[in-house]
Design a protein around this ligand. Structure first.
Ligand code: FMN
Length: 358
């Protein structure tokens, strides 16, 4: 577990160790998408994780899929996020805002404009989603017209600018977990016949255009990108050529000099090794569901530079101290993951002297 405590430079940040906070949707924003007054406390409590990657944040009205997720496209959103970044900085941490456009993973009940969701193709994921009236089927989305794609790319660009205005240290483009960017990469979610569909190169075009636009706006050292090869979330499947999809994408992204690449890893070890060999800058590997005792393995084996932590960081604001002292951890309470108030958000207890002397 030694290497995990070594410093590392990511983009223009000097980070104190090899842990980070993985992005986690908490659905506690105000109905207009402004982070609530509790958010600065929540993120500030976790600042010792060094790099905090925020919950998925929509770059536009179309980009919202779930209730009470934050946005980063109005003055009020910017002020709300400014309160968060100021607090994280006061506590010595860094904040990257994750730009999440959900694409088809949405429901008109959950968006401000109540319109049909947009996606690469008019293919429903075959899943259900929570609305204010309970679970409903995710409807068939509307396929984006070729000329509309430019506007969506522009929404990402503007959101990146807004994130910097809000004092964030950078943004993470959410290319994972079955959302819009991933829907373009998928074989079953993208059946387009224009230059954004078909070949591996065409399916990667949207991801690359979004990343280039964001870099153009705020600089490559302030941009990360997240992928989740083979995770199957949101019904997105990359198909039999999955390795080529990611080898191509990662090689192209590597040329852009991003601050980091973030892999949510579900088990394709060969592909992870390949990605490690292609990627020049810091690589973040979040192994979904990995026992916390194994947190340093990828770092020690030089398969990753940073190991972001999800649920355990949600439940343990002082997880860095706890891991350093081999102290016991609070169990994450799944019933308070999404929505609600302070409970399960800012009230997880810190380590007590009693626990330390156990
Ligand atoms: C409550 C919750 C919300 C999540 N929301 C997001 C999200 O907004 N964006 C994202 O990329 N991943 C999201 N994830 C996935 C986590 O970032 C992480 O990849 C996953 O939980 C596996 O890591 P862990 O085992 O350390 O929790 C979420 C996970 C949880 C538990």
């Amino acid at each position: 577990m030694k290497k995990i405590w070594e410093k590392i430079i990511v983009g223009n940040m000097q980070l104190p160790h090899r842990l980070a906070m993985s992005p986690m949707t908490r659905s506690r924003a105000l109905t207009d998408g402004t982070p609530s007054d509790l958010s600065p406390e929540y993120y500030g409590q976790r600042a010792s994780l060094g790099l905090i990657i925020s919950e998925g944040t929509q770059p536009s009205e179309d980009g919202q899929g779930y209730l009470n997720t934050p946005g980063i496209y109005t003055k009020s959103h910017i002020q709300g996020w400014k309160n968060v970044s100021d607090r994280v900085h006061q506590e010595g941490g860094h904040l990257f805002i994750q730009l999440m456009h959900v694409g088809r993973t949405s429901h008109p009940d959950n968006t401000p404009h109540h319109r049909q969701a947009v996606a690469p193709s008019a293919v429903a994921p075959g899943e259900q989603i929570f609305t204010a009236d309970g679970k409903k089927d995710v409807p068939v989305p509307r396929a984006l017209r070729t000329e509309e794609i430019r506007d969506v790319v522009d929404d990402f660009r503007k959101a990146a600018r807004a994130a910097i205005e809000a004092g964030a240290d950078g943004v993470e483009v959410h290319g994972a977990n079955g959302y819009l960017v991933h829907q373009f990469l998928g074989e079953n979610s993208n059946v387009r016949t224009d230059e954004y569909g078909g070949s591996v190169e065409n399916r990667g075009r949207f991801a690359i255009e979004v990343t280039k636009a964001v870099i153009d706006e705020i600089g490559a050292d302030k941009v990360g990108f997240r992928i989740s090869p083979g995770a199957g979330l949101g019904g997105v499947k990359e198909g039999v050529h999955i390795d080529q999809v990611y080898e191509y994408l990662v090689s192209e992204l590597d040329k852009l000099g991003l601050a980091y690449l973030h892999v949510m890893h579900v088990g394709n070890e060969g592909l992870l090794r390949k990605i490690r060999s292609i990627w020049s800058n810091p690589l973040l590997v979040n192994r979904a569901g990995r026992p916390i005792a194994d947190i340093s393995i990828d770092i020690d084996n030089n398969l990753a530079d940073i190991a972001p932590i999800g649920a355990w960081a949600l439940a343990n604001p002082d997880i860095v101290e706890r891991l350093k002292k081999s102290a016991p951890l609070n169990e994450p309470d799944r019933t308070t993951f999404y929505g609600g108030d302070e409970k399960g958000y800012i009230d997880y207890p810190l380590l007590t002297t009693k626990e330390l002397t156990k």
